[in-house]
Design a protein around this ligand. Structure first.
Ligand code: X2X
Length: 340
């Protein structure tokens, strides 16, 4: 007798009572998953974020005996970040990696990770976000009814690229048209530098640069490489003006629907692969400036003292100290030293 694969578990159980005796003969991988979830990302499959996410969700599928099957939707296939954030909140998407600066629209304090020149490097930033500052941010995210995993995933220190001219000092940013992610702190940061920023979701960034809607953008090396931004940008200015990293968010109802043993498997693997992804991304970011130069980009190191001065004189730090509130700001400054 041939047993055709059931479309759903319920149809199978209702329609195959006579075949019940054979159910035990079907091995776990062939069984329909109990939970088919979606994970969305704005990055390509070959960026380390998704390389390690794939390994993570494969491990989860294996360790849950196929009960939880998470399909990966890379490259903003389900929409731009702001649209996917709505889908996550409504439950159409169950897991999503999102930068705190874009989450700001729902959880204001989440943008604090991106304060200009706050962290020396990624390792320094992770110490703060794995610690009390991160705990505070995650409490605020949870208060908005979202699941958030305690270990963030690396994006990296951000650098400025341009199609029209190199950016050496803050003066080069005067009226410079630049794409930023869709977050209020990002826009204010670049206004404070003297630039003319336009918030655009990542999935529209390549085209915006190609058609010269804007002259520049800013991202870590691994994205300039994996999203092929070097094809539409000639100058790369090493600025390290801010840090960027992803929260792994979940829809709370979808998370609570999972039994405790499945949640434990997800949590353990997210931690394991986030830590591996951090190391792999840091290594990539460290070697990519040379490779991007070989691809034809004109790479130079910016003089960033003038950038910092503009943040101070424009009131950037005191504005965001007020916006984030004294508790969050104190947790930040406990780590960075005095900013405002
Ligand atoms: O949108 C961006 O520039 C990106 C990919 O770095 C983020 O997700 C913040």
């Amino acid at each position: 007798m041939t047993l055709r694969p059931p479309h759903t578990r319920r149809q199978f159980l209702a329609g195959s009572a006579a075949a019940l005796g054979t159910i035990t003969a079907i091995r776990a991988p062939a069984r329909a998953a109990t939970w088919n979830y979606r994970y969305a990302s704005n990055l390509s499959v070959d960026h380390p974020l998704n390389v390690y996410m794939r390994q993570c969700w494969d491990a989860v599928r294996h360790e849950t005996g196929g009960r939880l099957d998470v399909a990966i939707f890379p490259n903003s296939e389900l929409g731009g970040d702001t649209a996917v954030l709505s889908q996550l909140r409504s439950g159409a998407v169950q897991f999503f990696s999102l930068d705190g600066g874009i989450l700001q629209g729902v959880v204001p304090v989440a943008a604090i990770q991106g304060i200009g020149f706050a962290f020396k490097d990624s390792a320094d930033a992770f110490r703060a976000l794995d610690g009390p500052l991160g705990d505070y941010v995650r409490k605020e995210i949870a208060a908005k009814g979202l699941y958030v995993h305690p270990k963030m995933w690396e994006n990296g220190m951000r650098q400025i690229t341009s199609s029209s001219k190199p950016i050496h000092t803050a003066a080069d940013l005067n009226n410079f048209t630049i794409r930023t992610p869709a977050g209020a702190l990002w826009v204010d940061l670049f206004k404070s530098f003297g630039a003319s920023p336009t918030p655009i979701n990542f999935n529209e960034t390549y085209t915006a640069l190609q058609t010269k809607v804007v002259d520049g953008e800013e991202n870590p090396y691994a994205i300039i490489d994996s999203a092929h931004l070097y094809e539409v940008q000639h100058y790369l200015s090493v600025t390290n003006h801010m840090w960027s990293a992803y929260h792994l968010l979940g829809n709370n109802d979808a998370w609570q629907a999972l039994p405790a043993d499945v949640r434990a498997i997800v949590d353990r693997n997210l931690t394991k692969y986030a830590l591996q992804q951090r190391r792999a991304t840091a290594e990539r970011n460290a070697s990519l400036a040379d490779q991007l130069a070989r691809r034809g980009m004109a790479v130079s190191v910016a003089e960033t003292r003038s950038f910092r001065t503009r943040l101070e004189t424009s009131g950037f730090y005191s504005r965001w100290k007020t916006a984030f509130g004294p508790t969050a700001w104190e947790l930040l400054e406990n780590h960075t030293g005095k900013l405002a």
